[in-house]
Write a protein of this length. Structure first.
Lengths: 833, 310
């Protein structure tokens, strides 16, 4: 079969490619946006938080080493464990798996970069700055102290006055932003930027895992976004969503939090499983056993994980039948895990295994994760959970799962992929020491905690009495923590010793089969490979040489700037060239501005907060302004006789995909609020003003609904005007749409004010106002986009062949209409109860 | 046995739910150890032996699907009948018992509006008769707490606005220690209580004593005068006196309790004196102000009087 491009290549082709992708130097390195830079920054920051979270844990273990210790007081201890949990879950684990995805996905898929490099950079800077400020609260006695899952009413304004809880809500806000940005990158990247020929069934398992994780983020983060917003509303304005005396329900928080919290465990574990499924075949020098089974297991795990949340709530007083249902689901999730473990074991048996650094960490994973999984099954058994719940048994379980399921695979991955980034191997000797110390330390620390839990030690206690028989195992556990910490010290020293961002790297030390081991430079591979099998580097030994010589697709620069291929979602047929943005200060400014804005708002420095918001807004607008460059209308050859356009419109465009992912997130947030509404209204049906005539309410709802529909109709008219090139009609239609949407929202808010008491009086009224506020937030964003579209029109940047900005706004607009009508329909529910 | 009482679920009371859970636990521990051993050996052998042309599909079907499914189904069927959420039968011959979680102590109410004969309020200590299931109603006055007596039963949350139930049963005369399991802020770590399982006769005797107002004896006038001077009635009640505060524990029979400050200290003259004069140092955040008005002799007199409230 002839290759897409022939030799010799034009002499200046490579130089041009290198020039376009040259990374910025010196201080301007901060403006880098491509995935290798942002990925390394991201991973480094996540590891810094691992270190910081670990130091907090060491102080806690020192406090608990002996009974009645007074090293720290109860107030400090409560901040320590809250920060330890929050930092490890939100600032280390989730960002770490996203960072690895950013580094590996484009390389594995044969893309030059992620589809939205500046979005990644923005999310990174918001996370890094926001996370560090959040961590710093521990130094000024302002760290949150409500535990990492922050149950109200403890965390509400009455029992947690002051700023501590607000800082927690702030900290989790940044991870919400970066997780959603990550989900957009991952879903669009995996489905849209694979190398030609990489059909879905040839896609690396890791990409499958990340695709599942991306979709999980879309449905798992919204409940916690809704919950944290409600808690902040309760704290700031006393809207009593969680206060029982005023019709609220403390369990609403628990439902929403664990609807996020349980899938989150798999959002952390599935990428690690994907890494293992990628490394194990290489280490065993044989293809993965059961590719289809593993992909099926990933999808099954992702799906079942949304039916497990109640197993964190077995002690809240559920009926036996509900408890059994969730118990069964919690057990069922062990089956896809069993399938994956069996597949990995079978692969190891089929091959002759290389005994190298990643192998040791992989063995550490097996022993630790399996034990954590087994205690997980025990916790799924309701009566046993009644004993183990909220005790040190659970502390032991979750550390086995997280250290076994994430940290060991992550360390294996760091040793495995370091050569891809730096061009050289990390120390084998350091790996053995680190793995040995971490393994011994972790089991010494956490195994005794199972026994402590069953012996009656609750979690989150700052001290314990001497005579309760808890001393020995606590001392052992603390000793283990020191060993564990020394293991991590080896890891950090070795990483610092070997970290280096090399330019060109051409190495495949483990003789792997995936595209990430093709020769790479800042532009990724010289040409984008044509894929014909699942293990391209094994089945096609000359591939590296061909790709590096420029014989595959897109060996140079065709549009004059950074670009990568967009291919079809299922069969990976080339569709168009995605023109990628280069280095810029804007994402950095917007990210830091966002972090500063929320921080300043939390400490109520309103003027500086306003300045930060202004800087953020200006940088965002300036950045977004460039996202839809003029298409030349030409087709550019990429090889094999294929010529591609430099832009796409409609549902082919990557921007539209991102908007769809975002709308799925918004729909899930809305669904979470609907869940909350029905829960609260059902508990208190007599809340609404009965004296309002039913017909009156219906009429007013119908008028508001008609307003939403009219605004969407006007947008459709605008679309027709755009297609026909009628600029004035387009502007008038958008103006009408804005007017209709504004009136519809005004009508809806009048209705809520008439029907319900004030939001601070009663939870049922508060949630109605929250629905309205959510619709209002969406409507104001959409209306701002409408004005932005008008600005593009006025600047001559909007016409029939450059209309993605309009089309994306239109998607958001119709979503707003549907949601607005649903809110109105929902408001009829309390009247019917 | 320590004064604090038996804590561990591994030494569960005979006849208790905890004993049933412990035997379920043993089955699971054995099974888990076996699975763990098999996986570890397979992983080690996979790394250290040559390549084998095993049938991967068979491994997946047996090891991945069949084995876990069968084991889990068996476990589910084995554990499902253990229903501990059902409230135990209400015995008309037992008073209703309600425990209200508070930051950071336990208000205990026996009897209630329909049973005024046996109605009283105490704190941080429950008594139950041996050999019969006793249903306890659980709720909270502030944040979420968790009611956990590991040697007697699993834990149940105490949630504002809801009433949950738990059944306690011990077939042995024994003192047990319970504690808060759900993190409830500041002194969650020092929020424990005592459950005393006594013979039915002793239980009736105890009930009869507890419903009585405070005993009036020779020391009463002087003791109460000091109590009043130190400002204690603002928060504490002593039935039979003017003291009717409600934000702190009822002290009508405080001398009969085994522990002080929600399981933090053993209850004797030394700790009682110390607690009155330095609660903030013994349990910071407890909200009990340290008394600075009484001299040493007066403190000891007050403490001795409180301990005499049997």
């Amino acid at each position: 079969m002839t290759l897409p491009n022939s030799l010799p290549r034009p002499p200046d082709e490579l130089a041009e490619l290198e020039r376009v992708w040259r990374p910025p130097c010196g201080l301007r390195r901060l403006t880098a946006v491509n995935n290798t830079y942002i990925g390394v920054f991201y991973l480094g920051t996540a590891l810094l938080f691992l270190l910081l979270g670990g130091v907090l844990a060491l102080i806690m273990r020192a406090q608990l080493a002996v009974p009645g210790n007074a090293l720290v007081d109860y107030d400090t201890y409560n901040q320590l464990f809250t920060m330890h949990g929050s930092v490890m879950m939100f600032l280390f684990a989730v960002p770490a798996v996203e960072a690895v995805g950013m580094l590996l996905l484009p390389a594995m898929l044969g893309a030059r970069d992620l589809p939205f490099p500046r979005l990644s950079a923005y999310a990174y800077w918001a996370y890094a700055v926001g996370g560090l400020v959040f961590f710093a609260t521990i130094f000024v006695d302002l760290a949150p102290d409500g535990g990492w899952f922050m149950y109200p009413p403890l965390t509400s304004y009455e029992f947690s006055p002051g700023l501590r809880t607000d800082f927690w809500l702030l900290g989790i806000g940044f991870i919400e932003i970066s997780a959603i940005a990550g989900a957009i990158e991952i879903i669009v990247g995996v489905l849209g930027t694979r190398a030609p020929g990489m059909t879905l069934d040839r896609m690396p398992v890791y990409a499958w895992a990340m695709l599942v994780v991306g979709l999980m983020i879309v449905f798992a983060f919204p409940p916690v976004i809704a919950a944290t917003a409600l808690l902040e509303l309760e704290r700031a304005f006393h809207w009593p969503f969680f206060i029982a005396e005023r019709g609220g329900d403390p369990l609403l928080w628990q439902h929403l939090f664990w609807l996020f919290g349980h899938p989150d465990v798999y959002i952390i574990f599935l990428p690690a499983a994907g890494l293992l499924s990628t490394m194990i075949p290489t280490l065993a020098r044989t293809p993965l056993v059961g590719y289809g089974w593993i992909v099926g297991s990933l999808i099954a795990t992702g799906t079942i994980s949304f039916a497990l949340w109640v197993h964190h709530m077995f002690a809240v007083g559920l009926s036996h039948h509900w408890a059994l249902l969730f118990s069964a689901a919690s057990m069922a999730v062990a089956i896809p895990a069993g399938v994956q473990v069996s597949a990995w074991l079978a692969t190891l048996w089929r091959g002759r295994v290389q005994r190298v650094a990643p192998t040791w960490f992989m063995l550490g994973f097996f022993a630790t994760f399996v034990l954590g999984g087994l205690t997980g099954v025990m916790l799924a058994v309701v009566p046993f959970d009644w004993q183990a719940h909220d005790s040190y048994f659970v502390v032991a379980h979750l550390h086995y799962v997280l250290i076994g399921g994430l940290v060991f695979p992550l360390l294996a991955a760091i040793w495995y992929w370091a050569p891809m980034i730096s061009g050289r191997l990390m120390s084998e000797c350091a790996a053995r020491w680190a793995c040995g110390l971490i393994f011994v330390g972790l089991h010494l620390t956490f195994f005794p905690q199972h026994i402590l839990g069953l012996a009656g030690m609750p979690r989150r206690v700052w001290t314990y009495r001497a005579e309760l028989g808890l001393d020995t195992f606590n001392l052992l556990s603390s000793a283990g923590a020191v060993v564990l910490a020394s293991g991590f010290a080896v890891v950090f020293v070795e990483i610092l010793r070997s970290v280096r961002l090399a330019g060109k790297v051409a190495t495949n030390p483990w003789r792997a089969s995936t595209l990430d081991w093709l020769p790479m430079d800042n532009h990724a591979t010289r040409s984008i490979p044509r894929i014909t099998s699942r293990e391209p580097l094994w089945d096609h030994p000359q591939l590296a040489a061909e790709v590096d010589a420029g014989q595959h697709y897109l060996p140079g620069v065709v549009t004059g700037g950074r670009e990568t291929l967009v291919t079809s979602a299922r069969r990976a047929v080339p569709l168009y060239l995605l023109r990628l943005p280069g280095p810029s200060w804007l994402p950095l400014l917007a990210g830091v501005g966002t972090a500063a804005f929320f921080f300043l708002l939390t400490v109520k420095w309103f003027v500086p907060a306003g300045i930060a918001a202004f800087i953020t807004l200006v940088s965002l607008l300036r950045w977004v302004w460039d996202t839809e460059p003029e298409s030349s209308g030409r087709r550019y050859p990429i090889g094999a006789g294929i010529a591609l356009p430099d832009a796409a419109s409609g549902l082919r465009a990557h921007g539209a995909w991102a908007v769809i992912v975002l709308l799925l997130v918004e729909a899930s947030i809305f669904a979470s609020l609907v869940f909350g509404s029905l829960l609260l209204w059902n508990a208190e049906p007599k809340l609404w003003r009965a004296d309002l005539p039913r017909l009156d309410v219906l009429t007013q709802s119908a008028i508001a609904g008609a307003g939403w529909a009219a605004s969407s109709a006007a947008i459709q008219l605008a679309a027709r005007a755009l297609r026909n090139g009628q600029r004035h009609r387009l502007a008038v239609a958008i103006g009408l749409a804005l007017l209709a949407a504004g009136s519809a929202f005004y009508g809806s808010s009048l209705l809520v004010q008439r029907m319900a008491p004030g939001p601070a009086d009663h939870a049922g009224a508060a949630i109605a106002h929250a629905l309205l506020a959510w619709q209002g937030l969406h409507a104001s964003v959409v209306m701002a986009m409408g004005l932005y579209v008008l600005a593009r029109l006025w600047a001559g940047q909007l016409h029939a062949r450059r209309r993605n900005t309009f089309d994306n706004t239109r998607l958001m607009w119709h979503f707003m209409t549907v949601q607005g009508v649903l809110v109105l329909l929902l408001l009829q529910v309390p009247y019917s109860l | 046995m320590s004064d604090a009482g038996v804590l561990s679920s591994l030494t569960a009371a005979p006849g208790s739910a905890a004993a049933a859970i412990a035997s379920l636990g043993q089955v699971m521990f054995l099974g888990a150890a076996l699975v763990f051993l098999i996986v570890t050996v397979l992983a080690l052998a996979g790394v250290w032996t040559r390549a084998y042309a095993i049938d991967g599909r068979r491994w997946l079907v047996f090891g991945g699907l069949a084995l876990p499914s069968v084991t889990l189904a068996a476990l589910f069927v084995h554990a499902a009948p253990l229903d501990m959420s059902a409230p135990g039968p209400d015995h008309p011959d037992l008073p209703r018992i309600e425990v209200i979680g508070r930051q950071w102590w336990w208000e205990v109410r026996y009897g209630g509006a329909n049973d005024t004969e046996r109605s009283f309020v105490t704190a941080n200590e429950l008594r139950i008769p041996v050999g019969r299931p006793v249903s306890v109603a659980l709720t909270s006055a502030d944040v979420i707490h968790g009611f956990w007596v590991p040697a007697l039963a699993g834990k149940v949350d105490m949630i504002p606005g809801r009433t949950n139930r738990i059944v306690l049963r011990s077939d042995a005369v024994q003192v047990y220690r319970g504690q808060c399991a759900e993190y409830c802020g500041g002194q969650h770590g020092l929020m424990a209580f005592t459950v005393v399982a006594t013979s039915p006769a002793d239980f009736e005797q105890w009930l009869a004593t507890q419903v009585q107002p405070a005993r009036v004896d020779d020391g009463f006038v002087r003791g109460y005068a000091l109590f009043d001077r130190a400002g204690c009635p603002a928060c504490h009640s002593i039935r039979g006196t003017m003291a009717a505060g409600t934000s702190g524990p009822d002290l009508t029979h405080v001398g009969s309790r085994r522990m002080l400050a929600a399981g933090t200290l053993r209850n004797h003259i030394g700790t009682m004196t110390g607690w009155i004069s330095g609660a903030e140092d013994l349990k910071p955040g407890s909200g009990m102000p340290a008394d600075r008005t009484l001299n040493g002799a007066e403190l000891r007199t007050l403490a001795a009087w409180l301990l005499a409230l049997q």
